[in-house]
Design a protein. Structure first.
Length: 202
């Protein structure tokens, strides 16, 4: 009798341990952490070319590029931060500034040229260099654009060098170690690169 009870208890533990990793969402979250999800919108950056239209005001409408400092210049309101904002958010910010001078300004922005989304692939790849991108690109896609690895590449010692901020207002260099084998097996997420990222292949 005791043997049967013990056997059932061990069987229940076995079933739970086997079913745990199969719970919906668990494996997905481990392979693709939230920080690696596809961005919901494109954020503007330096060198992007914008067409700014102010309804019924041709003098304020213009085509302009975002400067290296992330600003654009407009008549009446002067410089305004553009980098790091979506096109809609920038339109709203311009409208708020114009409201002091124009009655009920309606502003729309279209992105004519995307020039800020570029990444660098360096080291043991066939074609190292800077790559100008027009759509969100993953780490594996960037390696493919660079022609793949050379025969000397240490594939499991990749690094993605990224500039980030920890909240103190200063830019810090972040290094993300990546194993190519883990990417292929699904043990590590194939994340989307951010503008300015540098993929280092030792």
């Amino acid at each position: 009798m005791r043997f049967r009870i013990l056997f059932r208890a061990m069987s229940a533990v076995f079933v739970i341990s086997m079913s745990g990793p199969m719970l919906p969402g668990c494996a997905h979250q481990e392979i693709y952490p939230p920080d690696f999800e596809l961005p919901k919108e494109f954020l503007l950056g330096p060198e992007d070319v914008l067409e700014i239209a102010v309804w019924r005001n041709q003098d304020l409408s213009r085509t302009t590029a975002i400067r290296p400092d992330g600003l654009i210049s407009m008549s009446i309101i002067g410089d305004i931060q553009a980098a790091g904002l979506s096109a809609n958010a920038l339109a709203e910010r311009i409208a708020e500034r114009l409201a002091k001078f124009v009655t009920n300004p309606a502003v729309s922005i279209s992105v004519k040229e995307i020039n800020s989304y570029s990444v660098f692939v360096l080291g043991e790849v066939t074609k190292p260099g800077k790559y100008q991108l027009k759509s969100f690109t993953t780490l594996l896609q960037a390696i493919s654009l660079a022609g793949g690895f050379t025969e000397f590449a240490k594939k499991n010692k990749l690094q993605v060098v990224r500039n980030g901020s920890n909240g103190d207002g200063r830019v810090h260099e972040i290094r993300i170690p990546v194993s190519y084998s883990d990417l292929l097996s699904g043990h590590s997420g194939n994340f989307v690169l951010k503008p300015g990222d540098t993929v280092v292949v030792p």
